[in-house]
Design a protein around this ligand. Sequence first.
Ligand SMILES: [Zn+2]
Length: 480
Amino acid sequence: MKIRSKSVVPLVVGLLVAVTMTFGASVKKKELAVASIENHKTEIIGLSDQVWAFAETALLETRSSKLLADYLESQGFKVERGVAEMPTAFVASYGSGRPVIGILGEYDALPGLSQKAQPSKEALTPGAPGHGCGHNLLGTAALGAALSVKDLMAAGQLKGTIRFYGTPAEEAVGGKVYMVRAGLFKDLDVCLAWHPGDKTRAAVDGSQAIVECTVEFYGKTAHAAGDPWNGRSAVAALEFFTTGLNRMREFVKPTVRMHYTILNGGDVPNVVPAYSRVWFWLRDSKGAGVQQLLERARRIAEGAALMAEVESKVTVHSGNWETLVNLTGAKVVFANLSWLGPIAFTAEEQEFAKTIQKATGIPAKGLDGAVRPWKDPLPDPEGGSTDVGDVSWQVPTMGLEATSAPLDAPWHAWPVVACGGMSIGHKALIYAAKALAATMVDLYENPKTLLAVQAEFREKTKDVVYKPFAAEGPPVLVKH
Ligand SMILES: [Zn+2]
């Protein structure tokens, strides 16, 4: 015992000192990362405002992706453009060796959501797109975090590789799915993501799996009054199909979400329509559930075609896996949010948010910049899907949400665009950049943390074979 205590005690003390020193050193480096972001603040916000003004939709983000790629190149990153057969996808790298840490950036806008940076609804350019999901903030905050890591690497403070992924078309085909298929995430040790929101918290709730399809019906045209008996209506089949899908709603789990729009429903009433097309999305909390829904929808399409005496064709265009939450990683993120503290909004910003809340008929609670307490994940994620889900099955992925919009404000809507183009959005972006950078410092500096994150990932994916929902070939937009 005596002999052991003699050797063990100094060892334990030594370890404690090492841990304390590592922790102390990490905090210093986090402070350096934060200082670097403060240094680049004006430029990063400038980039965000430009992407906000470009407001380019899925796969058409030419100016937005070029702006971010050019900037990273000017900062010493090696940039590969047009990856995974998408002209607006790119990968920017800096540094060498392990660990290799990735960070995801998005920059696509949504159609028809053009909005001025003011608290009442008014389009900047009527009918034009707008950043209704805050992806102008998303991409530039990830860029800011990557840039600060690069600054620390250049100063000899961190060792390894940082890789920024310019990921297009999150709102439509899910560009990351195609980047996954191109093997672009294969050699990452870990990946980080974030999303603007109405709360500030570590991302623990995941997202739903989704499959995006169309069904087409091919009938036979005829004069609707002259010889209708010679016609077979593709629109009749469309109606049978949507009726079938709507009847199925009663017999699905509460975690299921199904929605559709009619893309082609005939031209004029006096011509029996020979062609119709429905665009439908099926979601569930897990990919297996989505697979079952898809099989049921295929049978409904067949039944609809049979009744209308026409032909049917179901095409799966794209889809996302549910997000695999890495709890070990989420706790590292949470620790860094707690370290940073809340986002401080001014009285003017709170007033701006309350005006929006009044205009949209929700309680005028303003902005909530506090860091939400830790909470365990939900067994089933709430509604919504993202292509981050597909990345999360390739590499341990962790992330956060930062407040960029009024509490409970409608999403994919004008309030998000309005706040994303002014100081509320800017604060979320700078905050997220700092939180992501601080989390990365932990992952570069503490091999044990990284190993624990990876061990959890290996355990959760050991029996899983990933196969994307997306159709083969480059992404194709269902609707332009
Ligand atoms: Zn989004």
